[in-house]
Design a protein around this ligand. Sequence first.
Ligand code: SF4
Length: 222
Amino acid sequence: MNVIYPLAEKFISINGEGPKAGMMAAFLRMKGCNLSCNYCDTSWANESDCPTEPLTAREILHWLKESGTVNVTLTGGEPLLIPHVSELIEALGEAGFAVEIETNGSVPLAPFCELSHRPVFTMDYKCPDSGMEDYMRPDNFSLLTKDDSVKFVVSSENDLARAEEITAGYHLTERCRVYLSAVFGRIEPRTITEYMIHHQWNDVRLQLQMHKFIWPPQQRGV
Ligand code: SF4
């Protein structure tokens, strides 16, 4: 069976977030998301009428090999809800690509941890101000390893307090990397830094969405 994957866009850029921030990477943005965060900056890719480039795994691999990058990030939307995405992950791993999955925190990770080519996860935890915290799956935390990351997307000091509570409650820094990511335009990185200092909060990392400083914040395909 030739599975077709609904790509809202694909592009080569630098990884703006996570452990490979600053490194060249290919991005495969899948169409559609099960959440509706009130700050979503890629909501266009979640619309039912968003045009897609329908590609098979073989066609995606061909494009990736031509691109010369070794890092591939599957993002969205929510890539783990795409039918047969496991097969694509396995094909990418088999071909030697380093695969990172940006997932929104609402999808069980267990089936993907059992793949022969287990990808690296950057799992968001949507804080209260997103309006989506009820959909988070803390049961995923126990599956994460030192190669994986949890990214708290924060809009406010209230969100920071919740991130600190979750981090401590689940001993996250002993398990994986923990990032604090500012919702662009809603909270100043300085506020996050001052919170970390004031709370003597070690072992977590402030992370800025690097691509939004290199290119205009709303630009697609970067
Ligand atoms: S999970 Fe990501 S893609 Fe989905 S609505 Fe939230 S910010 Fe947008």
